[in-house]
Design a protein around this ligand. Sequence first.
Ligand SMILES: NC(=O)c1ccc[n+]([C@@H]2O[C@H](COP(=O)([O-])OP(=O)(O)OC[C@H]3O[C@@H](n4cnc5c(N)ncnc54)[C@H](OP(=O)(O)O)[C@@H]3O)[C@@H](O)[C@H]2O)c1
Length: 314
Amino acid sequence: MEYRNLGNSGLKVSELSFGSWVTFVNQLGKKEAMDCMAYAYDQGVNFFDNAEAYASGESEILMGDILKKLNWGRDTYIVSSKVFWGGELPTQRGLSKKHINDACNAALNRLQVEYLDLFFCHRPDPETPIIETVYAMNDLLHQGKIMYWGTSEWSADEINQAFECAEKHHLRPPVMEQPQYNILHRERFEKEYKEIFEKYNYGTTIWSPLASGLLTGKYNDGIPKNSRFKVKGYEWLADSIDDVNFDKIKKVNAIADRLGIKPSQLAILWCLNNKNVSTVILGASKVSQLKENLESSKYIDLVTDEIINEINNS
Ligand SMILES: NC(=O)c1ccc[n+]([C@@H]2O[C@H](COP(=O)([O-])OP(=O)(O)OC[C@H]3O[C@@H](n4cnc5c(N)ncnc54)[C@H](OP(=O)(O)O)[C@@H]3O)[C@@H](O)[C@H]2O)c1
């Protein structure tokens, strides 16, 4: 496993990490989720991603129980939470100081840890002044409840505003963004964030490297049974299938075949090739998927600039 600095910080994050969205609670019970986390950690993964919204807090409870059971040294792993969707009531949502504070305390309880390494604003909140959010995160940093704060799916303009507020009021700026980035979804990361990377060396923990599994090629002939697109509550994924560029997926899958690697591995290596990616967050509903995906790094030398260009132009 290789480790990269999280943006401008000194934190070394494994270039492949593991997240719990959809899978924990909905597809994986305690034993299966624990097997995945233990396998990932044994392979050098040091970052485990979560959010208050995942399975309405149950995902953090499950991860907390597993962390307790596995009893890893607290100085050997990085765990995150995200604030934005904490419940239905007006006080349980968004990025007000109150909700940020309540969400952080609730995540600490559910994960059974004394501090969060990374705490993300899960979306921008146009109804809360950015300065209030920056202050709230700065206060949590000072209280020792979080180590680094970040954004998720914020525009470059909103990220710039957070930096400007932080600088003006001598507060700690965000360190990392959590954006979607994969072969099918490139625009914001590569174009809109270009200036953000140059100005701030902003870190990124990218999500859905396989576009929820589409890039494995397993949806090329329809939605398979026991796949994410069949999970209750995620019907919107199946509803969006008509917009998927399957021609491109098939061409990229053929490049993987030619190289003698799995389509999932090529898709992950394509993400790792971008130096503005600090870590690629993997998702898996089985240890076997995690194994295949974590083995990607072995093939890094196969993915030359020519291959990257071929993928981008396919
Ligand atoms: N900040 C945000 O807004 C946000 C949003 C989404 C995700 N995230 C984070 O990013 C993490 C990763 O995102 P993601 O889960 O969408 O990643 P992904 O890699 O795009 O999708 C993972 C899913 O693809 C399928 N899969 C993975 N490897 C496979 C393989 N080798 N062969 C066949 N199928 C395979 C599995 O689903 P099935 O087996 O069920 O088909 C797996 O759960 C999340 O857990 C979460 O921590 C953040």
